[in-house]
Design a protein around this ligand. Structure first.
Ligand SMILES: [Fe+2]
Ligand SMILES: [Fe+2]
Length: 178
């Protein structure tokens, strides 16, 4: 069976769009934790492996550093969610199902010569969604509920995702201009 490279990644993009950002008023709490854990355990370690196989050890180190911080986000989210009034939605189950699919696709991607560029592009897209939509929306929601302290902790995750976005953008720029 041959897998279509573009379609594989479209699946990933769809996953992150559905899982990290439903819309501003209908956030999916559980699936955001799932996404952070997925990034920590699977996506970034796999991307680091792709980078190493491409001989880009600096980029591999960057992916590993991001992976470590995603774990911190997952822990922080677990702590903050119960303090916000957010309900889970059916998208959570769908997000979990897609995690399994993406894991299977990653094995294919890691042996694709175009893998590193697409890994960086995927990371950029994910980090951008989190930095500009998901976590600012959580912070806004907390402020609407009068929970300023919690809002500030979501602001700190936003700042971390913005840093990831900038690191990945720089690595992508270097790769494209090389
Ligand atoms: Fe994160
Ligand atoms: Fe991130």
């Amino acid at each position: 069976m041959t897998l279509n490279y573009q379609e594989d990644f479209l699946g990933i993009d769809r996953f992150f769009q559905e899982a990290t950002y439903h819309d501003q008023t209908d956030l999916n709490a559980a699936s955001s934790i799932e996404v952070e854990i997925y990034e920590h355990e699977c996506m970034y370690p796999t991307f680091a492996e792709i980078a190493r196989q491409s001989g880009a050890s600096e980029v591999a180190g960057m992916f590993e550093a991001i992976a470590r911080e995603e774990k911190e986000h997952a822990d922080l989210l677990r702590e903050l969610y119960p303090q916000l009034e957010i309900k889970d939605s059916p998208e959570t189950a769908e997000a979990r199902r897609l995690v399994g699919e993406i894991e299977a696709q990653m094995a294919v991607v890691s042996t694709d010569p175009r893998g590193l560029r697409r890994a960086l592009e995927t990371a950029l897209e994910v980090e951008s969604i989190e930095a500009t939509k998901t976590y600012p929306a959580f912070a806004r929601l907390a402020r609407e509920q009068g929970k300023e302290e919690i809002a500030q902790r979501f602001d700190s995750i936003t700042a971390s995702e913005q840093r990831h976005m900038q690191w990945v953008q720089r690595a992508l720029d270097r790769l494209v201009s090389a």
